[in-house]
Design a binder for this molecule. Structure first.
Ligand SMILES: O=C(O)CCC(=O)C(=O)O
Length: 284
């Protein structure tokens, strides 16, 4: 008889909830559909959704009408489901209207109690073939909170291209970073490369959940994935809607960092300008 293999003590069951936001579906229909989907997949410790899935990332003309506060219908659904499943829900992001009326692309992490544990307003709003940077106000703060994934940071989609932001999260102790996205299929290989590069650079878990399907004529890339702190891809979704479960050992971050202590060799930021002058590159 085979010996049952028990999961390590700090093993966490993560569900990548890759959903589409078809133009034919209203925001409220989509919230109801995704709530049913989550409730039909109990048992994970952490569920992660894509960027702006309820409004639809490419529905720029509807952002104003669909903007919501942190008490709005998308977050209310996440809070209900977190309590019902006794799980953490990273709700991806919503179009948030702040008390002064400005709109943001805000990621929301909800604890099993139903309380909001973290919010993050996307800092690098996107302007290439996108109206996001015209319509939304960038965020100004980062946060790292404790979750079953360890010290957890949040970044959103285009932020993947900006290593300085990740450096800051890493400096603040992040052991895992969640990346909700609406990343087009046209640049799927960048998505794959960058999710792995950020994991390797900072020796942390990357839990990256993309949208799929077609929105306003744009095909989204799917390929939601979990990358471990040494850059190995442990799970990757296909191109269609799917809930993909993967057990991860969150203690691996410490193991990888101890075994190959790159982070300790990082120089203080002030060292870099001095180095370039010393090598003969004159500054103006
Ligand atoms: O950087 C990219 O290629 C995609 C970024 C994007 O779609 C977004 O930030 O929503």
């Amino acid at each position: 008889m085979a010996t049952p293999v028990s999961a390590p003590a700090d093993s966490v069951d993560v569900a990548l909830v890759q959903v589409a936001s078809p133009d034919s579906e209203s925001r409220d229909e989509r919230i109801a559909r995704v709530e049913a989907l989550l409730l039909a997949n109990p048992g994970a410790d952490v569920y992660v959704l894509p960027e702006l899935w309820s409004a639809g990332y490419f529905s720029f003309d509807a952002y104003d009408a669909l903007a919501e506060s942190l008490d709005g219908p998308t977050v209310a659904m996440g809070r209900r489901v977190a309590a019902a499943l006794d799980a953490w829900i990273h709700l991806g992001s919503i179009v948030e209207r702040d008390p002064s009326g400005r709109l943001h692309n805000t990621a929301v992490l909800i604890a099993p109690s139903g309380l909001v544990a973290q919010t993050y307003r996307k800092i690098h709003v996107f302007g290439y073939q996108s109206l996001e940077s015209e319509l939304l106000t960038p965020g100004e703060t980062l946060s790292v909170v404790s979750s079953p994934l360890g010290a957890t940071g949040s970044t959103t989609c285009y932020d993947l291209r900006f290593p300085g932001l990740w450096q800051e999260l890493s400096d603040r102790g992040a052991e895992a970073v969640v990346v909700p996205a609406a990343w087009p299929a046209a640049r799927r290989e960048h998505w794959r490369l960058l999710t792995q590069a950020r994991a390797v650079e900072h020796q942390l878990w990357v839990v990256a959940v993309n949208a799929c399907g077609v929105q306003r004529g744009v095909e989204l890339g799917g390929s939601s994935r979990i990358v471990d702190p040494s850059g190995r891809v442990l799970a990757e979704c296909g191109a269609d809607e799917e809930v993909l479960r993967c057990r991860i050992d969150v203690g691996l971050t410490a193991v990888v960092r101890a075994e190959f202590p790159v982070l300790g060799d990082r120089l203080d930021r002030s060292a870099y300008p001095g180095l370039s002058t010393a090598s003969g590159e004159e500054t103006a």
